[in-house]
Design a protein around this ligand. Structure first.
Ligand code: ADP
Length: 266
């Protein structure tokens, strides 16, 4: 049995490969003690670790461990998943939307971290709580899917009311910039959350495609647990990436790239 673990800022991702079968699971990193108790009962000689909390986890484990840099592990695992999912890319940007967002230039052999931005899953949870007082991730993201951004976000077409804009009217001109024009709207929690997911997704897309342009590729691969139960985030990012002329790719189980890749690094 092979175990690879990515102990991240919010979630600990666990990949187990046994007799040709692979399983994926994730737990809150705040439950690291319980995770260690469970791991200490598994039949494994050496556990492969990555992520910011890997040292904390290693301290609690009885078996041998080996740790890897999370960016290399994510790249290794992503390459495996791309191949399995028949997504053929040469040079590409991959954007890992975790608690924060990390951006990498990659090809089949190597990766280089080329940027990052503090908008990501942590902001969705934290600003989401400040806006609605909802702590539960499932409830928060369920509600965000029902929101309408129309009264909150100012689009280019709202500014160019009766004339043709020089850029797509569908682009957001100002996130939250429509609020004061619409004070008679009732701004529901769902609407606020949808707009917040919008600004997170659009800022991530902007920095990702600027990197894609700089490094002369049209392909951007998005991974990370922030897409769990949040099809709205995926939709915002995919649509905006396409609108700007680039190709978005979403990889199934991409959130487990680091944990999977750690198994195959040596
Ligand atoms: P990290 O490695 O930094 O923990 P992840 O890729 O695991 O990053 O993504 C963490 C983000 O995933 C959180 O900030 C949150 O937005 C989202 N998330 C998905 N599922 C959950 C969950 N069950 N509980 C908390 N956050 C979750």
């Amino acid at each position: 049995m092979k175990i690879g673990i990515d102990a991240g800022g919010t979630l600990t991702k666990i990949v187990i490969e046994k007799e040709g079968e692979r399983s994926y699971q994730s737990r809150l990193t705040t439950e690291l003690d319980d995770i260690a108790v469970w791991l200490n009962q598994q039949d494994c000689d050496c556990i492969h670790l990555t992520g910011g909390n890997s040292k904390e986890l290693a301290k609690r484990l009885n078996c041998e461990t080996v740790s890897f840099v999370e960016f290399d592990a994510a790249h290794k695992g992503l390459e495996i998943l791309l191949k399995e999912q028949d997504i053929k890319l040469d040079t590409y940007i991959f954007t890992n939307v975790g608690t924060g967002t990390s951006i990498h230039l990659a090809n089949t052999h190597e990766q280089k971290r080329v940027g990052g931005i503090g908008t990501g899953g942590g902001m969705i949870q934290g600003l989401g709580y400040l806006l609605t007082h909802i702590k539960d991730y499932q409830k928060l993201t369920d509600l965000a899917q029902q929101g309408d951004r129309e009264c909150i976000d100012l689009k280019v077409k709202h500014i160019y009311k009766n004339s043709k804009p020089p850029i797509s009217g569908e682009l957001t001109a100002a996130n939250f910039g429509h609020v004061l024009h619409n004070l008679d709207c009732d701004f529901s929690d769902a609407d606020k959350l949808a707009s917040m997911v919008g600004v997170v997704g659009e800022s991530i897309t902007t920095v990702s495609i600027h990197n894609a342009r700089e490094f002369k590729t049209e392909d951007v691969v998005y991974i990370g647990s922030s897409f769990y139960n949040n099809p709205l985030l995926r939709e915002v990012i995919e649509n905006y990436t396409r609108l700007r002329g680039f190709n978005p790719h979403y990889v199934e189980n991409g959130a487990y790239s680091g944990a999977l890749g750690s198994i195959y690094l040596s």
